[in-house]
Design a protein around this ligand. Structure first.
Ligand code: ADP
Ligand code: MG
Length: 687
C-alpha cells in the first residue's frame, strides 16, 4: 500500500482546480497525468524582468515591466503587415508595441487608447525607435501583483501557454507534503543539498539551480538502485538450484558451422554461473547478427539436460514465432519438446501447452510476456532467456524472478550496446558477456544516404534488385506518438509500391492481427513475396538471409541505435547488401551528422555512444517504446555522475542501517513509492 502521505501527489491532474478535459489532453501529451508528473515537469530556462517606472531606467535587451499608455494604432496595408501601437511611458518616452500576424483585435482590446497598462516584455531598439514585440503580458494597473518579475520557461505543447504551465506547477507545488529524509545524513551534508520539497520548489523557480536538480535526480536514481538491490537480495535469499548439463543433447546438435570464439567464451561464462546456487543474472551483449540465439540455445539445452525447463522470452510475436521455428529446426531429431505461447493463443491449444508445462513434458517454452501470466505454471523452471532485454520494462523483469519456488537463472540478451553506467542504472549489477566477433563470411553492408527528392531513382534501383531475384525491405516513417499513424503510412506506401510491383509486395504493421502478419512473414521468407513493406515491427530479430536491400524512409526520424538494428536485417546472407537511408529534402546539421555516422560505420558500440550523446539515455535503453520511464528527472550526464553514490547509499541503507525497517528505511520506502519502484517493496514482503 502506498503511504497515505503521497496521495496528493498521485491524484489525477484533472482533480486540480481549473483543469478541464481540453487542457488535460495537452498535458497528457507532455506525460502529465497526475500531480506528481507536473512536479517532475521541470523548467528548462528562466526570464528575469526589471520593474521600472519608465524606460529611462531600463536597458535595451532586458526584460521589463513598464507602465505604458497607448496613443495611436498603425495597421499596415495588408492584413499580414505588423500592427503597431504607439505608446508613451509616464516620462514621455515613445515605445512602439508591435504585433505580427493577425493579432490586431487582441492588441486593441489589451491596449485601449488613453489608458495606462503594465506591459511585460523585452525592450528592443528598432532603428532609432524603442519597441516591445509581442509583449508576454499586458495587465491592468490595478493587477500589478499578478505580474511576475521572474518566470520559469517550461517545455510546452499546443494549447498550453507558459503562464498556464507555470500556474499548474505552482499549484502542484502548493500540494507537496513534507516528506521524511531518505538520503544518508552525512552524504546530504557533504553535498549541501536542500530537502526534497525545497529542491522541488527551487528547481521550478530557477532552471539553473544545479544543486536542486542534482538532489532530485539523485532521489530517482537512489530509489531505482534500492529497488534493484531489494530484488537481488530477495532472489539470493530464495536460493536457486545449480544446473550442470551432461552434454548429452548439445553433442547431438548438428550445426552447419563452428561456433565463434566469442560464442564459446560466452557459453563457458554461462555454464559457470548456472552451476552456482546463486541465480545467474547475466547480460549477453552482441551486435546484430553476432549469433546470440545460438548461445541461448546452448544454455537452454544444458537446463534440459539437467532435468529443468527453459523459457525464452521475446518482445514481439513475430520474433517469438521466428525463434520457435528456428529452435525447432535446430532441434530436429532431438528428444526436446518446444512449445510456443503468445497472447493470441487461446482455447484448446493453449490448454494443452499449459498442461505440458505443468507436467514437464514441454522442455522449452518460447513466447511473448504471455509466458509469465499467472495461469502459466512450470513444473521446474530453471532458466529464463530474455531476448532484446531493453524492450522490457522493469516490472516485467521483476516478474521473471517470481515464477516458481526457486528463482530461475536469467540470461538477458541485447543487441543494443549499453554504456556501463546505464546498465547499472537500469538493471543493477549484472555479469556481462560480449560477443565481439561476427561469424565469418559476412559481407559488410554498404550504407548510403539519399534525399527524398530522388525517390524515383530509389524505386528504379529497387526494381533492378527485385528483377535480379533478390528480396528487399522497405521501412516506413515513424509517426510520433501514434501507432495508428505508422500503420497508415505503411499501408499507403504499400499501395503505391503495388502499383509498380504488383502482388509480390507484402505488408506488415503493428495494427495487423498476429495470424495475418505471420502469413505475410512466411510468404516473404519463402520468397513468394519479395518486397516487404513494414513499420518498425521488424526492428528486432527478423532473420531472412535472402533479403539484401534495406530501404528506410525518413531515416532522420529514427534513433541511431534503431537504424542500426533495422540495417542488421540485411547482410545476413552471402550476397552483398545495401542499406538506403532516405532523408527529408532539408534537414538540420545534427541530423546530417547522425546519418553520416551511419554511412561511416557498422560498429554498433560507436553508434550507441553517439546516440546516447545526441538523444539521451532513455532512447538507448528503448525505454520510450516500452513505456517504462526509467528516468523522469535524471539526465544522462547526471546518471553518469550520480549513479555510483546512489548505489553505494542504497547499499549502506540495506547493509548498515537496517534496510526498510528503521526510521530512514521508512523514508526510503516513501521514495520507492514516489518513484513507483514499489515492486521492490512487494518482493521484500512476499519473500
Ligand atoms: P543475433 O545476435 O542478432 O540475435 P542471430 O542469433 O540471429 O544473431 O544469428 C544471426 C545469424 O547468424 C543466424 O542466421 C545464425 O544461424 C547465424 N550464426 C550464428 N552463429 C554462427 C556461427 N558461429 N557461424 C556462422 N553463422 C552463425
Ligand atoms: Mg537476435
Amino acid at each position: 500500500m502506498r503511504p497515505a502521505i503521497l496521495n496528493p501527489l498521485f491524484a489525477e491532474i484533472t482533480a486540480r482546480r481549473g483543469i478541464g478535459p481540453q487542457l488535460a489532453k495537452g498535458l497528457a501529451r507532455l506525460g502529465i497525468n497526475r500531480v506528481k508528473d507536473a512536479l517532475f515537469h521541470l523548467p528548462t530556462g528562466r526570464i528575469d524582468r526589471h520593474r521600472v517606472s519608465n524606460v529611462d531606467d531600463a536597458t535595451v535587451g532586458q526584460g521589463v515591466i513598464v507602465p505604458l499608455t497607448a496613443q495611436a494604432y498603425h495597421s499596415g496595408r495588408s492584413p499580414r503587415a505588423p500592427f503597431r501601437v504607439d505608446a508613451f511611458d509616464p516620462a514621455g518616452n515613445h515605445v512602439a508595441i508591435t504585433y505580427f500576424g493577425r493579432a490586431q483585435g487582441m492588441a486593441r482590446k489589451a491596449l485601449p487608447i488613453g489608458e495606462q497598462r503594465l506591459v511585460v516584455g523585452r525592450l528592443d531598439r528598432y532603428g532609432d525607435m524603442l519597441q516591445i514585440v509581442h509583449p508576454d503580458q499586458v495587465q491592468e494597473m490595478a493587477r500589478a501583483a499578478d505580474v511576475r518579475e521572474r518566470e520559469s520557461i517550461y517545455p510546452l505543447t499546443e494549447g498550453l501557454t507558459n503562464a498556464r504551465m507555470a500556474g499548474i506547477a505552482a499549484d502542484a507545488l502548493s500540494s507537496v507534503p513534507d516528506l521524511p529524509e531518505w538520503i544518508e545524513p552525512g552524504w546530504l551534508a557533504q553535498k549541501g543539498w536542500p530537502g526534497w520539497k525545497g529542491a522541488l520548489a527551487r528547481a521550478h523557480a530557477d532552471a539553473g539551480d544545479q544543486q536542486a536538480r542534482d538532489r532530485l535526480a539523485y532521489d530517482e536514481l537512489f530509489a531505482g538502485q534500492l529497488a534493484l538491490l531489494l530484488v537481488r537480495q530477495s532472489a539470493r535469499q530464495r536460493r536457486g538450484r545449480p544446473i550442470v548439463g551432461d552434454n548429452s543433447l548439445r553433442d547431438r546438435l548438428a550445426l552447419p558451422f563452428a561456433l565463434t570464439g566469442a560464442q564459446q567464451r560466452a557459453i563457458r561464462d554461462i555454464d559457470g554461473d548456472m552451476a552456482q546456487t546463486a541465480p545467474m543474472l547475466r547480460l549477453l551483449q552482441g551486435d546484430v547478427g553476432s549469433g546470440k540465439t545460438l548461445v541461448a540455445l546452448m544454455a537452454l539445452l544444458s537446463a534440459v539436460e539437467a532435468g529443468a525447463q527453459g523459457a525464452f522470452l521475446a518482445p514481439t510475436e513475430i520474433l517469438a514465432r521466428q525463434h520457435y521455428d528456428g529452435l525447432r529446426r535446430l532441434l530436429t531429431g532431438l528428444p526436446v519438446e518446444v512449445a510456443l505461447l503468445t497472447g493470441r493463443d487461446k482455447g484448446k491449444g493453449r490448454e494443452a501447452t499449459l498442461m505440458g508445462l505443468a507436467d514437464g513434458s514441454i522442455h522449452i517454452l518460447v513466447g511473448t510476456h504471455a509466458i509469465f501470466q499467472e495461469a502459466v505454471t512450470y513444473r521446474n523452471l530453471g532458466l529464463v532467456v530474455v531476448d532484446e532485454q531493453h524492450k522490457f520494462g522493469v516490472a516485467q523483469r521483476l516478474m521473471l524472478t517470481e515464477k516458481g519456488r526457486t528463482p530461475p537463472h536469467v540470461l538477458a540478451m541485447t543487441a543494443t550496446p549499453i554504456p556501463r553506467t546505464l546498465t547499472l542504472a537500469a538493471y543493477g549489477e549484472m555479469e556481462e558477456s560480449r560477443l565481439d566477433e561476427l561469424p565469418p563470411g559476412r559481407t559488410p553492408i554498404d550504407t548510403r544516404v539519399v534525399s527524398a527528392e530522388r525517390i524515383a531513382q530509389v524505386i528504379e534501383g529497387l526494381a533492378r534488385h527485385l528483377e535480379a531475384g533478390h528480396r528487399a525491405y522497405w521501412v516506413c516513417p515513424l509517426v510520433e506518438e501514434s501507432e495508428k499513424g505508422d500503420s497508415a503510412a505503411a499501408e499507403e506506401r504499400a499501395a503505391m509500391l503495388r502499383l509498380r510491383f504488383g502482388d509480390t509486395v507484402g505488408l506488415v504493421h503493428g495494427r495487423m492481427k498476429g495470424p495475418d502478419r505471420d502469413v505475410v512473414m512466411d510468404e516473404f521468407k519463402a520468397g513468394r513475396k519479395n518486397l516487404l513493406v513494414a513499420t518498425t515491427v521488424i526492428e528486432v530479430g527478423v532473420d531472412v538471409p535472402e533479403a539484401s536491400l534495406m530501404i528506410i524512409e525518413s531515416a532522420e526520424r529514427f534513433g541511431l541505435a534503431q537504424l542500426h538494428q533495422l540495417r542488421g536485417r540485411v547482410g545476413r546472407g552471402t550476397a552483398a547488401s545495401t542499406c538506403l537511408l532516405i532523408r527529408a529534402d532539408s534537414i538540420g546539421e545534427t541530423a546530417r551528422a547522425r546519418l553520416a555516422l551511419m554511412r561511416e560505420t557498422n560498429d554498433g558500440f560507436r553508434i550507441a555512444e553517439e546516440d546516447l550523446r545526441l538523444r539521451g539515455g532513455g532512447e538507448v535503453l528503448g525505454t520510450r517504446q516500452s513505456g517504462d520511464a526509467s528516468f523522469a528527472l535524471a539526465t544522462p550526464e547526471q546518471v553518469d555522475r550520480l549513479i555510483t553514490p546512489a548505489r553505494d547509499d542504497a547499499r549502506l541503507l540495506l547493509d548498515r542501517d537496517g534496510g526498510l525497517a528503521g526510521e530512514r528505511g521508512n523514508a526510503a520506502r516513501v521514495a520507492l513509492y514516489l518513484f513507483e519502484r514499489d515492486a521492490g517493496v512487494a518482493l521484500l514482503r512476499g519473500g
